[in-house]
Design a protein around this ligand. Structure first.
Ligand code: ACM
Length: 529
Protein backbone atom coordinates (compact mmCIF):
# COMPACT_ATOMS: atom_id res chain seq x y z
CA UNK A 1 0.00 0.00 0.00
CA UNK A 2 1.17 3.50 -0.79
CA UNK A 3 1.20 5.77 2.29
CA UNK A 4 -1.80 8.04 2.28
CA UNK A 5 -1.31 11.77 3.01
CA UNK A 6 -3.89 13.15 5.44
CA UNK A 7 -7.01 15.09 4.67
CA UNK A 8 -8.84 17.30 7.10
CA UNK A 9 -12.50 17.16 6.40
CA UNK A 10 -15.50 15.75 8.09
CA UNK A 11 -17.29 13.35 5.82
CA UNK A 12 -20.86 12.46 6.49
CA UNK A 13 -23.92 11.43 4.55
CA UNK A 14 -25.11 14.97 3.85
CA UNK A 15 -21.70 16.06 2.66
CA UNK A 16 -21.47 13.07 0.38
CA UNK A 17 -24.53 14.34 -1.49
CA UNK A 18 -23.18 17.85 -1.85
CA UNK A 19 -19.71 16.73 -2.84
CA UNK A 20 -20.88 13.73 -4.81
CA UNK A 21 -21.18 15.46 -8.14
CA UNK A 22 -17.68 16.82 -7.71
CA UNK A 23 -15.98 13.58 -6.88
CA UNK A 24 -13.53 12.53 -9.53
CA UNK A 25 -10.77 9.98 -9.51
CA UNK A 26 -8.85 10.52 -6.30
CA UNK A 27 -10.19 14.00 -5.63
CA UNK A 28 -12.82 15.08 -3.15
CA UNK A 29 -14.08 18.59 -2.52
CA UNK A 30 -14.37 19.12 1.22
CA UNK A 31 -17.12 21.32 2.63
CA UNK A 32 -16.22 24.91 1.86
CA UNK A 33 -12.60 24.12 0.99
CA UNK A 34 -10.26 23.54 -1.91
CA UNK A 35 -9.99 20.09 -3.53
CA UNK A 36 -7.83 17.74 -1.48
CA UNK A 37 -6.34 14.41 -2.31
CA UNK A 38 -8.73 11.62 -1.37
CA UNK A 39 -6.49 9.42 0.66
CA UNK A 40 -7.96 8.07 3.84
CA UNK A 41 -9.05 4.46 3.92
CA UNK A 42 -11.84 5.80 6.13
CA UNK A 43 -13.37 7.06 2.89
CA UNK A 44 -13.27 3.69 1.18
CA UNK A 45 -15.64 1.68 3.34
CA UNK A 46 -18.41 -0.37 1.71
CA UNK A 47 -21.20 -0.10 2.67
CA UNK A 48 -20.66 3.61 3.33
CA UNK A 49 -21.13 4.30 7.05
CA UNK A 50 -23.66 6.77 8.35
CA UNK A 51 -20.92 9.15 9.43
CA UNK A 52 -17.13 9.20 9.19
CA UNK A 53 -14.81 11.68 10.83
CA UNK A 54 -11.17 11.16 9.83
CA UNK A 55 -8.48 12.37 12.23
CA UNK A 56 -5.49 12.89 9.95
CA UNK A 57 -3.08 13.53 12.82
CA UNK A 58 -3.60 10.00 14.07
CA UNK A 59 -2.44 6.56 12.95
CA UNK A 60 -2.79 3.27 14.76
CA UNK A 61 -0.36 0.43 14.17
CA UNK A 62 -1.18 -3.19 14.83
CA UNK A 63 1.95 -5.00 16.01
CA UNK A 64 3.37 -8.26 17.30
CA UNK A 65 2.18 -7.09 20.75
CA UNK A 66 -1.41 -6.26 19.82
CA UNK A 67 -4.11 -8.13 21.71
CA UNK A 68 -7.87 -7.95 21.57
CA UNK A 69 -9.79 -7.03 24.69
CA UNK A 70 -13.32 -8.45 24.40
CA UNK A 71 -14.85 -9.89 27.53
CA UNK A 72 -18.08 -11.79 28.11
CA UNK A 73 -20.20 -12.25 25.01
CA UNK A 74 -17.88 -9.94 23.06
CA UNK A 75 -15.17 -12.62 23.23
CA UNK A 76 -16.74 -14.58 20.34
CA UNK A 77 -16.41 -11.52 18.08
CA UNK A 78 -12.89 -11.03 19.42
CA UNK A 79 -11.95 -14.56 18.39
CA UNK A 80 -13.50 -13.99 14.96
CA UNK A 81 -11.43 -10.81 14.51
CA UNK A 82 -8.28 -12.56 15.71
CA UNK A 83 -8.99 -15.28 13.13
CA UNK A 84 -8.89 -12.61 10.40
CA UNK A 85 -5.75 -10.88 11.70
CA UNK A 86 -3.50 -13.83 12.57
CA UNK A 87 -2.85 -15.47 9.17
CA UNK A 88 -1.77 -12.32 7.29
CA UNK A 89 0.09 -10.55 10.11
CA UNK A 90 1.65 -13.70 11.50
CA UNK A 91 1.15 -12.10 14.96
CA UNK A 92 -0.29 -14.06 17.89
CA UNK A 93 -3.16 -11.56 18.52
CA UNK A 94 -4.35 -13.09 21.79
CA UNK A 95 -7.88 -12.41 22.98
CA UNK A 96 -8.32 -11.15 26.58
CA UNK A 97 -4.66 -11.37 27.59
CA UNK A 98 -5.21 -8.79 30.35
CA UNK A 99 -6.08 -5.14 30.79
CA UNK A 100 -6.17 -2.96 27.68
CA UNK A 101 -2.64 -1.89 26.79
CA UNK A 102 -1.12 0.38 24.19
CA UNK A 103 -1.56 -1.05 20.72
CA UNK A 104 -4.57 -3.15 21.67
CA UNK A 105 -8.03 -3.40 20.12
CA UNK A 106 -11.10 -3.21 22.38
CA UNK A 107 -14.53 -4.62 21.52
CA UNK A 108 -17.00 -3.38 24.13
CA UNK A 109 -20.70 -3.97 24.70
CA UNK A 110 -21.22 -0.44 25.96
CA UNK A 111 -22.65 1.17 22.83
CA UNK A 112 -25.37 3.76 22.53
CA UNK A 113 -28.88 2.27 22.37
CA UNK A 114 -29.91 4.77 19.68
CA UNK A 115 -27.71 2.90 17.22
CA UNK A 116 -29.94 -0.19 17.56
CA UNK A 117 -28.68 -3.78 17.83
CA UNK A 118 -26.81 -3.65 14.49
CA UNK A 119 -25.16 -0.25 14.95
CA UNK A 120 -21.69 0.50 16.31
CA UNK A 121 -19.16 3.24 17.00
CA UNK A 122 -15.56 2.77 15.97
CA UNK A 123 -12.64 4.88 17.14
CA UNK A 124 -9.11 4.68 15.78
CA UNK A 125 -6.68 6.50 18.10
CA UNK A 126 -2.89 6.38 18.26
CA UNK A 127 -2.88 3.94 21.15
CA UNK A 128 -5.99 1.87 20.61
CA UNK A 129 -8.79 0.91 18.30
CA UNK A 130 -12.17 0.47 19.94
CA UNK A 131 -15.54 -0.73 18.72
CA UNK A 132 -18.62 -0.07 20.84
CA UNK A 133 -22.07 -1.59 20.34
CA UNK A 134 -25.06 -2.76 22.32
CA UNK A 135 -24.93 -6.31 20.95
CA UNK A 136 -22.47 -8.77 19.44
CA UNK A 137 -24.21 -8.14 16.10
CA UNK A 138 -23.18 -4.49 16.28
CA UNK A 139 -19.62 -5.43 17.26
CA UNK A 140 -19.48 -7.87 14.34
CA UNK A 141 -20.56 -5.11 11.95
CA UNK A 142 -17.92 -2.83 13.45
CA UNK A 143 -15.30 -5.52 12.89
CA UNK A 144 -16.23 -5.68 9.18
CA UNK A 145 -15.51 -1.95 9.01
CA UNK A 146 -12.32 -2.34 11.05
CA UNK A 147 -10.84 -4.88 8.64
CA UNK A 148 -11.45 -2.49 5.72
CA UNK A 149 -9.34 0.15 7.51
CA UNK A 150 -6.29 -2.11 7.39
CA UNK A 151 -4.19 -2.59 4.22
CA UNK A 152 -5.71 -4.97 1.66
CA UNK A 153 -3.04 -7.58 2.46
CA UNK A 154 -4.77 -8.15 5.82
CA UNK A 155 -7.12 -10.44 3.85
CA UNK A 156 -4.32 -12.74 2.73
CA UNK A 157 -4.37 -16.33 4.02
CA UNK A 158 -0.57 -16.26 4.37
CA UNK A 159 1.86 -14.02 6.29
CA UNK A 160 2.55 -10.66 4.62
CA UNK A 161 5.11 -7.97 5.46
CA UNK A 162 2.90 -5.13 6.78
CA UNK A 163 3.16 -2.51 8.29
CA UNK A 164 -0.39 -2.83 9.60
CA UNK A 165 -1.53 0.73 10.04
CA UNK A 166 -5.02 2.15 10.33
CA UNK A 167 -6.00 5.79 9.67
CA UNK A 168 -7.22 7.69 12.73
CA UNK A 169 -10.75 8.91 13.18
CA UNK A 170 -14.17 7.83 14.23
CA UNK A 171 -17.21 6.25 12.65
CA UNK A 172 -20.80 6.11 13.84
CA UNK A 173 -22.89 3.68 11.87
CA UNK A 174 -26.17 1.80 11.70
CA UNK A 175 -28.18 0.19 8.89
CA UNK A 176 -30.94 1.84 6.86
CA UNK A 177 -32.83 -1.45 6.42
CA UNK A 178 -33.11 -4.32 8.87
CA UNK A 179 -33.03 -7.06 6.23
CA UNK A 180 -30.02 -7.25 3.88
CA UNK A 181 -30.11 -10.59 2.15
CA UNK A 182 -28.31 -12.75 -0.33
CA UNK A 183 -29.93 -15.83 -1.87
CA UNK A 184 -28.17 -18.93 -3.12
CA UNK A 185 -29.94 -21.43 -5.39
CA UNK A 186 -28.59 -24.79 -4.24
CA UNK A 187 -31.26 -26.63 -6.23
CA UNK A 188 -30.27 -26.07 -9.88
CA UNK A 189 -26.70 -26.92 -8.97
CA UNK A 190 -25.88 -28.28 -5.57
CA UNK A 191 -23.27 -26.54 -3.44
CA UNK A 192 -21.88 -28.45 -0.49
CA UNK A 193 -21.60 -27.25 3.11
CA UNK A 194 -18.05 -25.91 2.65
CA UNK A 195 -19.11 -23.93 -0.43
CA UNK A 196 -22.07 -22.40 1.41
CA UNK A 197 -19.85 -21.50 4.38
CA UNK A 198 -17.40 -19.84 2.05
CA UNK A 199 -20.18 -17.70 0.56
CA UNK A 200 -21.40 -16.86 4.09
CA UNK A 201 -17.94 -15.54 4.97
CA UNK A 202 -17.84 -13.50 1.78
CA UNK A 203 -21.25 -11.85 2.16
CA UNK A 204 -20.65 -11.12 5.86
CA UNK A 205 -17.83 -8.74 4.85
CA UNK A 206 -20.44 -6.42 3.38
CA UNK A 207 -22.82 -6.60 6.37
CA UNK A 208 -25.34 -8.92 4.70
CA UNK A 209 -27.38 -10.43 7.55
CA UNK A 210 -29.71 -12.94 5.85
CA UNK A 211 -28.97 -15.90 3.59
CA UNK A 212 -32.01 -17.23 1.76
CA UNK A 213 -31.37 -20.82 0.64
CA UNK A 214 -33.49 -21.98 -2.31
CA UNK A 215 -33.62 -25.60 -1.15
CA UNK A 216 -35.93 -27.20 -3.71
CA UNK A 217 -36.78 -26.87 -7.37
CA UNK A 218 -37.58 -28.99 -10.40
CA UNK A 219 -33.98 -30.16 -10.67
CA UNK A 220 -33.30 -31.10 -7.06
CA UNK A 221 -34.52 -31.42 -3.49
CA UNK A 222 -31.64 -30.48 -1.20
CA UNK A 223 -32.78 -30.96 2.41
CA UNK A 224 -33.30 -34.28 4.17
CA UNK A 225 -36.89 -34.66 5.39
CA UNK A 226 -37.12 -37.68 7.69
CA UNK A 227 -40.82 -38.33 7.11
CA UNK A 228 -40.33 -38.27 3.29
CA UNK A 229 -36.81 -39.67 2.80
CA UNK A 230 -36.97 -40.10 -0.99
CA UNK A 231 -37.20 -36.32 -1.45
CA UNK A 232 -33.50 -35.94 -0.78
CA UNK A 233 -32.26 -39.45 -1.57
CA UNK A 234 -33.89 -39.63 -5.00
CA UNK A 235 -35.09 -36.06 -5.63
CA UNK A 236 -31.63 -34.75 -4.71
CA UNK A 237 -29.72 -37.21 -6.87
CA UNK A 238 -29.13 -34.96 -9.87
CA UNK A 239 -28.97 -31.31 -10.99
CA UNK A 240 -28.94 -29.16 -14.13
CA UNK A 241 -26.80 -30.89 -16.74
CA UNK A 242 -27.23 -34.31 -15.12
CA UNK A 243 -24.45 -34.14 -12.50
CA UNK A 244 -24.73 -36.06 -9.23
CA UNK A 245 -26.46 -33.29 -7.27
CA UNK A 246 -26.56 -33.84 -3.52
CA UNK A 247 -28.44 -32.77 -0.43
CA UNK A 248 -27.91 -31.53 3.11
CA UNK A 249 -28.58 -33.99 5.89
CA UNK A 250 -30.42 -32.35 8.76
CA UNK A 251 -27.09 -32.25 10.56
CA UNK A 252 -25.47 -30.51 7.58
CA UNK A 253 -28.26 -27.94 7.53
CA UNK A 254 -27.82 -27.31 11.25
CA UNK A 255 -24.10 -26.91 10.68
CA UNK A 256 -24.84 -24.23 8.04
CA UNK A 257 -27.39 -22.50 10.31
CA UNK A 258 -24.89 -22.40 13.19
CA UNK A 259 -22.03 -21.21 11.01
CA UNK A 260 -24.24 -18.45 9.59
CA UNK A 261 -25.26 -17.46 13.14
CA UNK A 262 -21.58 -17.13 14.07
CA UNK A 263 -21.41 -14.54 11.25
CA UNK A 264 -24.67 -12.90 12.44
CA UNK A 265 -26.50 -14.18 9.39
CA UNK A 266 -29.97 -15.70 9.66
CA UNK A 267 -30.81 -18.56 7.30
CA UNK A 268 -34.13 -18.17 5.46
CA UNK A 269 -35.02 -21.61 4.03
CA UNK A 270 -37.22 -21.85 0.95
CA UNK A 271 -39.28 -24.77 -0.24
CA UNK A 272 -40.78 -23.62 -3.51
CA UNK A 273 -44.42 -24.63 -4.12
CA UNK A 274 -46.82 -25.42 -5.77
CA UNK A 275 -44.68 -25.04 -8.93
CA UNK A 276 -40.95 -25.77 -9.21
CA UNK A 277 -41.71 -29.16 -7.63
CA UNK A 278 -40.65 -31.76 -10.20
CA UNK A 279 -38.01 -33.24 -7.86
CA UNK A 280 -40.69 -33.91 -5.22
CA UNK A 281 -43.19 -35.20 -7.78
CA UNK A 282 -40.52 -37.54 -9.19
CA UNK A 283 -39.78 -38.86 -5.69
CA UNK A 284 -43.37 -39.72 -4.67
CA UNK A 285 -45.89 -40.86 -7.31
CA UNK A 286 -48.79 -40.24 -4.90
CA UNK A 287 -48.14 -36.48 -4.97
CA UNK A 288 -49.12 -36.39 -8.66
CA UNK A 289 -52.77 -35.94 -9.68
CA UNK A 290 -52.47 -38.92 -12.03
CA UNK A 291 -50.47 -41.01 -9.54
CA UNK A 292 -47.56 -41.32 -11.97
CA UNK A 293 -44.13 -40.01 -11.01
CA UNK A 294 -42.42 -37.97 -13.75
CA UNK A 295 -38.72 -38.56 -14.47
CA UNK A 296 -36.07 -36.43 -12.79
CA UNK A 297 -35.39 -33.21 -14.68
CA UNK A 298 -32.00 -31.72 -15.55
CA UNK A 299 -32.92 -28.93 -17.99
CA UNK A 300 -33.57 -25.25 -17.22
CA UNK A 301 -37.21 -24.70 -18.23
CA UNK A 302 -39.62 -23.35 -15.62
CA UNK A 303 -43.37 -23.48 -15.02
CA UNK A 304 -44.17 -27.09 -15.97
CA UNK A 305 -44.63 -28.78 -12.58
CA UNK A 306 -47.33 -28.47 -9.92
CA UNK A 307 -48.30 -30.17 -6.71
CA UNK A 308 -51.80 -31.70 -6.87
CA UNK A 309 -53.98 -29.09 -5.21
CA UNK A 310 -57.03 -31.32 -4.66
CA UNK A 311 -55.31 -34.25 -2.95
CA UNK A 312 -55.24 -34.45 0.87
CA UNK A 313 -51.83 -36.08 0.78
CA UNK A 314 -50.42 -32.86 -0.73
CA UNK A 315 -51.16 -31.01 2.51
CA UNK A 316 -49.84 -33.84 4.69
CA UNK A 317 -46.64 -33.64 2.66
CA UNK A 318 -46.43 -29.85 2.90
CA UNK A 319 -47.13 -29.89 6.64
CA UNK A 320 -44.50 -32.57 7.30
CA UNK A 321 -41.91 -30.58 5.35
CA UNK A 322 -42.78 -27.28 7.04
CA UNK A 323 -42.79 -28.93 10.48
CA UNK A 324 -39.36 -30.51 10.05
CA UNK A 325 -37.81 -27.46 8.42
CA UNK A 326 -39.27 -25.06 11.01
CA UNK A 327 -37.88 -27.25 13.81
CA UNK A 328 -34.40 -27.08 12.23
CA UNK A 329 -34.53 -23.33 11.63
CA UNK A 330 -33.99 -20.93 14.54
CA UNK A 331 -34.61 -17.82 12.40
CA UNK A 332 -38.08 -16.30 12.19
CA UNK A 333 -38.73 -16.90 8.48
CA UNK A 334 -39.90 -19.72 6.24
CA UNK A 335 -40.13 -19.03 2.49
CA UNK A 336 -42.78 -20.94 0.52
CA UNK A 337 -41.79 -19.78 -2.97
CA UNK A 338 -45.01 -19.49 -4.97
CA UNK A 339 -43.38 -18.13 -8.15
CA UNK A 340 -43.99 -19.16 -11.76
CA UNK A 341 -46.74 -21.68 -10.97
CA UNK A 342 -47.71 -21.59 -14.65
CA UNK A 343 -49.21 -25.06 -14.65
CA UNK A 344 -51.39 -24.49 -11.57
CA UNK A 345 -54.74 -22.88 -12.53
CA UNK A 346 -55.16 -19.49 -10.80
CA UNK A 347 -58.05 -20.55 -8.55
CA UNK A 348 -56.17 -23.72 -7.53
CA UNK A 349 -53.09 -21.62 -6.82
CA UNK A 350 -54.98 -19.33 -4.46
CA UNK A 351 -56.67 -22.29 -2.76
CA UNK A 352 -53.31 -24.02 -2.31
CA UNK A 353 -51.48 -21.01 -0.86
CA UNK A 354 -54.44 -20.25 1.42
CA UNK A 355 -54.12 -23.77 2.89
CA UNK A 356 -50.35 -23.51 3.31
CA UNK A 357 -50.23 -20.08 5.01
CA UNK A 358 -51.71 -21.33 8.33
CA UNK A 359 -49.23 -24.22 8.36
CA UNK A 360 -46.32 -21.79 8.42
CA UNK A 361 -47.92 -19.92 11.35
CA UNK A 362 -48.72 -23.19 13.10
CA UNK A 363 -45.00 -23.98 13.29
CA UNK A 364 -44.13 -20.52 14.55
CA UNK A 365 -42.65 -18.94 11.44
CA UNK A 366 -43.23 -15.72 9.53
CA UNK A 367 -44.11 -16.54 5.94
CA UNK A 368 -42.13 -15.17 3.01
CA UNK A 369 -43.07 -15.77 -0.63
CA UNK A 370 -42.30 -14.48 -4.10
CA UNK A 371 -44.73 -11.68 -4.92
CA UNK A 372 -47.20 -13.83 -6.88
CA UNK A 373 -48.36 -15.36 -3.60
CA UNK A 374 -49.90 -11.98 -2.83
CA UNK A 375 -52.82 -13.28 -4.94
CA UNK A 376 -53.77 -15.40 -1.92
CA UNK A 377 -53.78 -12.28 0.29
CA UNK A 378 -51.40 -13.32 3.06
CA UNK A 379 -52.19 -11.39 6.20
CA UNK A 380 -50.40 -9.54 8.94
CA UNK A 381 -46.68 -10.01 9.17
CA UNK A 382 -46.24 -11.84 5.85
CA UNK A 383 -43.27 -10.77 3.72
CA UNK A 384 -43.76 -10.32 -0.03
CA UNK A 385 -40.58 -10.64 -2.08
CA UNK A 386 -40.73 -8.69 -5.33
CA UNK A 387 -38.75 -10.15 -8.23
CA UNK A 388 -40.36 -8.42 -11.21
CA UNK A 389 -38.61 -6.39 -13.89
CA UNK A 390 -40.85 -3.34 -13.62
CA UNK A 391 -41.19 -0.90 -10.73
CA UNK A 392 -44.95 -1.18 -10.39
CA UNK A 393 -47.25 -4.11 -9.62
CA UNK A 394 -50.80 -4.10 -8.23
CA UNK A 395 -49.87 -7.09 -6.06
CA UNK A 396 -47.42 -4.82 -4.23
CA UNK A 397 -49.87 -2.01 -3.56
CA UNK A 398 -52.39 -4.59 -2.31
CA UNK A 399 -49.70 -6.12 -0.10
CA UNK A 400 -48.82 -2.73 1.38
CA UNK A 401 -52.51 -2.06 2.06
CA UNK A 402 -52.70 -5.33 4.02
CA UNK A 403 -49.65 -4.33 6.05
CA UNK A 404 -47.28 -6.85 4.47
CA UNK A 405 -43.60 -5.92 4.34
CA UNK A 406 -41.92 -5.87 0.94
CA UNK A 407 -38.52 -7.41 0.29
CA UNK A 408 -37.07 -5.72 -2.78
CA UNK A 409 -35.21 -7.94 -5.23
CA UNK A 410 -36.09 -6.52 -8.66
CA UNK A 411 -34.71 -9.01 -11.19
CA UNK A 412 -33.33 -6.35 -13.54
CA UNK A 413 -31.33 -4.74 -10.70
CA UNK A 414 -30.50 -7.25 -7.99
CA UNK A 415 -30.36 -10.67 -9.73
CA UNK A 416 -26.72 -11.65 -9.48
CA UNK A 417 -27.14 -14.40 -12.09
CA UNK A 418 -27.88 -11.95 -14.91
CA UNK A 419 -24.92 -11.46 -17.23
CA UNK A 420 -22.97 -8.21 -16.83
CA UNK A 421 -22.96 -7.77 -20.61
CA UNK A 422 -23.18 -9.85 -23.77
CA UNK A 423 -19.73 -11.33 -23.33
CA UNK A 424 -20.19 -12.59 -19.76
CA UNK A 425 -19.45 -16.33 -19.97
CA UNK A 426 -21.86 -17.31 -17.16
CA UNK A 427 -25.40 -16.39 -16.25
CA UNK A 428 -28.70 -15.72 -17.98
CA UNK A 429 -30.11 -12.57 -19.57
CA UNK A 430 -33.91 -12.75 -19.43
CA UNK A 431 -34.04 -9.73 -17.09
CA UNK A 432 -31.38 -7.88 -19.09
CA UNK A 433 -27.69 -7.25 -18.60
CA UNK A 434 -26.80 -5.87 -15.17
CA UNK A 435 -23.55 -3.94 -14.97
CA UNK A 436 -22.30 -2.70 -11.62
CA UNK A 437 -23.87 0.74 -12.17
CA UNK A 438 -27.25 -0.89 -12.87
CA UNK A 439 -27.08 -2.98 -9.70
CA UNK A 440 -26.24 0.18 -7.74
CA UNK A 441 -28.60 2.55 -9.55
CA UNK A 442 -31.92 2.25 -7.72
CA UNK A 443 -33.19 3.32 -4.34
CA UNK A 444 -34.95 0.51 -2.45
CA UNK A 445 -36.91 3.04 -0.39
CA UNK A 446 -38.59 4.71 -3.36
CA UNK A 447 -38.12 2.39 -6.37
CA UNK A 448 -41.42 0.50 -6.19
CA UNK A 449 -44.53 2.53 -6.92
CA UNK A 450 -46.98 2.63 -4.02
CA UNK A 451 -44.44 1.09 -1.65
CA UNK A 452 -43.29 3.67 0.90
CA UNK A 453 -39.96 3.21 2.63
CA UNK A 454 -41.71 2.17 5.89
CA UNK A 455 -43.12 -0.86 4.04
CA UNK A 456 -39.74 -1.98 2.74
CA UNK A 457 -38.21 -4.69 4.93
CA UNK A 458 -34.99 -4.54 2.95
CA UNK A 459 -33.17 -5.82 -0.11
CA UNK A 460 -32.05 -9.17 -1.45
CA UNK A 461 -29.52 -10.17 -4.08
CA UNK A 462 -30.60 -13.59 -5.42
CA UNK A 463 -28.13 -15.85 -7.19
CA UNK A 464 -29.78 -18.54 -9.32
CA UNK A 465 -27.49 -21.35 -10.34
CA UNK A 466 -28.65 -22.77 -13.68
CA UNK A 467 -25.23 -21.91 -15.15
CA UNK A 468 -23.12 -21.92 -11.99
CA UNK A 469 -21.22 -25.04 -10.96
CA UNK A 470 -18.61 -24.04 -8.40
CA UNK A 471 -17.48 -21.35 -5.95
CA UNK A 472 -15.48 -19.46 -8.59
CA UNK A 473 -18.68 -19.11 -10.63
CA UNK A 474 -20.60 -17.89 -7.58
CA UNK A 475 -17.90 -15.33 -6.79
CA UNK A 476 -17.62 -14.05 -10.35
CA UNK A 477 -21.35 -13.28 -10.50
CA UNK A 478 -21.72 -11.97 -6.94
CA UNK A 479 -18.68 -9.71 -6.87
CA UNK A 480 -18.77 -6.81 -7.23
CA UNK A 481 -22.55 -6.53 -7.55
CA UNK A 482 -23.28 -7.97 -4.11
CA UNK A 483 -21.38 -5.10 -2.41
CA UNK A 484 -23.51 -2.69 -4.49
CA UNK A 485 -26.77 -4.19 -3.24
CA UNK A 486 -25.34 -4.42 0.28
CA UNK A 487 -24.67 -0.68 0.24
CA UNK A 488 -28.24 0.05 -0.91
CA UNK A 489 -29.48 -1.97 2.04
CA UNK A 490 -27.14 -0.54 4.68
CA UNK A 491 -26.11 3.04 3.91
CA UNK A 492 -28.18 6.16 4.43
CA UNK A 493 -29.97 7.32 1.30
CA UNK A 494 -27.88 10.49 1.30
CA UNK A 495 -24.69 8.44 0.95
CA UNK A 496 -25.90 6.69 -2.20
CA UNK A 497 -23.71 8.10 -4.94
CA UNK A 498 -22.37 6.16 -7.92
CA UNK A 499 -19.20 8.23 -8.36
CA UNK A 500 -18.32 7.76 -4.72
CA UNK A 501 -19.19 4.06 -4.84
CA UNK A 502 -17.06 3.31 -7.88
CA UNK A 503 -14.06 5.07 -6.37
CA UNK A 504 -14.46 3.16 -3.11
CA UNK A 505 -15.11 -0.12 -4.90
CA UNK A 506 -11.88 0.42 -6.86
CA UNK A 507 -9.95 0.06 -3.59
CA UNK A 508 -11.74 -3.22 -2.84
CA UNK A 509 -10.21 -4.93 -5.89
CA UNK A 510 -6.93 -5.67 -4.04
CA UNK A 511 -8.97 -6.75 -0.98
CA UNK A 512 -11.00 -9.22 -3.02
CA UNK A 513 -7.82 -10.46 -4.70
CA UNK A 514 -6.02 -10.91 -1.37
CA UNK A 515 -9.09 -12.82 -0.11
CA UNK A 516 -8.96 -15.16 -3.09
CA UNK A 517 -12.38 -14.01 -4.34
CA UNK A 518 -12.68 -14.37 -8.11
CA UNK A 519 -14.50 -11.13 -8.99
CA UNK A 520 -15.56 -9.58 -12.30
CA UNK A 521 -13.22 -6.67 -13.05
CA UNK A 522 -15.87 -4.40 -14.55
CA UNK A 523 -14.51 -1.69 -16.85
CA UNK A 524 -16.83 0.75 -15.05
CA UNK A 525 -14.50 0.67 -12.05
CA UNK A 526 -11.03 2.33 -11.94
CA UNK A 527 -9.54 -0.65 -10.09
CA UNK A 528 -6.61 0.00 -7.79
CA UNK A 529 -3.59 -2.23 -8.37
C1 ACM B 1 -37.98 -16.13 -9.73
O1 ACM B 1 -37.00 -15.57 -10.26
N1 ACM B 1 -38.69 -17.00 -10.41
C2 ACM B 1 -38.37 -15.83 -8.36
Amino acid sequence: MTPRPPRSTVRNAALAVVAGALLTAGIVVPAGGAPAVENSAMDNIIPAPESVQPDPATTFELTQQTSIQATGEAAEVGEYLAGILRPSTGYPVPVNRGALGTGDIALALDGAPDLGPAGYRLQVADDNVSVHATSTEGLFNGVQTLRQLLPAAIESPTAQPGPWTMPGGSIVDKPRFEHRAAMLDVARHFFDVAQVKSYIDQIARYKINRLHLHLSDDQGWRIQINSWPRLAEYGGSTEVGGGPGGYYTQQDYTDIVNYAASRHIVIVPEIDMPGHTNAALASYAELNCDGVAPPLYTGIDVGFSSLCVDKDITYRFVEDVIRELAALTPGPYLHIGGDEAHSTPEEDYKKFIAQVLPLVSKYGKTVVGWHEYGKAQPQGDAVVQFWGTTNADPLLTDAVARGNKILASPANKSYLDMKYNESTPLGLQWAGFIEVADAYGWDPGSYLQGVPEESVLGVEAPLWSETLENSEHIEFMAFPRLPAIAELGWSPKGAQNWESFRQRLATHGPRLTASGIDFYASTQIPWAK
